[in-house]
Design a protein around this ligand. Structure first.
Ligand code: CTP
Ligand code: MG
Length: 201
């Protein structure tokens, strides 16, 4: 029962101002850092989705890119780690934590989470309209781990978009477990995030 990896490195990087997978952190392109990370946690092979050397074509939405990557894995891969190329600071310890929990074999997916520390408010037109109750709320990161059959079934079940793959599995009735995430595992979303990432590296 093999563990494979999918790095999602496609997308237009609208908020960043252009595609970001080829952007370098510490002199190494982010897509390669992501692929090396999954390999360091025992994933083989690792498929990279996006317009990068050796990559396969991505899709319009993130979920389409993930589906393309999973479809490209060999049939004997039963467990999959999915990771954003845009998270260059994810550590091997984090990826191993996700893989280790996944391979216990009793859940459909595993996500790293960070409890929300700030107060959350709903804002419209520059004014606060509501203060949300943050009890039980967590921010979710990648790498995420999946039982391949559960992910494939969830992908096939509907075509609605979701901001991560675990959401598809939840919607389809799957069991999604959590492991502690890492506050330093930032996603490069806006251009100013690069300076933060370089400072933390
Ligand atoms: N991604 C992908 N295919 C897409 C959209 C996103 O492979 N169609 C990947 C990105 O490369 C990134 C990760 O999913 O590593 C997280 O997405 P995000 O940070 O939102 O990247 P973009 O969608 O490219 O950026 P934006 O939402 O600002 O356009
Ligand atoms: Mg996006």
């Amino acid at each position: 029962m093999n563990l494979g990896g999918v790095v999602v490195a496609a997308g237009s990087g609208e908020r960043f101002g252009g595609p970001k997978a080829l952007v370098e952190v510490g002199g190494v392109p982010m897509w390669r850092l992501a692929a090396d990370l999954l390999e360091s946690a025992g994933a083989a092979p690792v498929v990279v989705v996006g317009d990068v050397p050796g990559g396969i074509p991505g899709g319009r939405r993130r979920r389409d890119s993930v589906a393309a990557g999973v479809a490209a894995l060999p049939d004997d891969v039963a467990w999959v780690l999915v990771h954003d190329a845009a998270r260059p600071l994810a550590t091997t310890a984090l990826a191993r934590r996700v893989a280790g929990r996944l391979l216990e074999g009793d859940v459909d997916a595993v996500v790293p989470v960070i409890p929300v520390r700030d107060t959350l408010k709903r804002v419209e037109g520059g004014r606060v309209v509501e203060t949300a109750d943050r009890t039980g709320l967590a921010a979710v990161q990648t790498p995420q781990g999946f039982r391949r059959a559960a992910l494939a079934a969830a992908q096939a079940a509907d075509d609605r978009d979701a901001s991560d793959d675990a959401a598809l599995v939840e919607r389809h009735g799957g069991v999604v477990a959590t492991v502690p995430g890492d506050p330093a595992n930032l996603k490069v979303t806006y251009p100013e995030d690069l300076a933060l990432v370089e400072a933390l590296r």
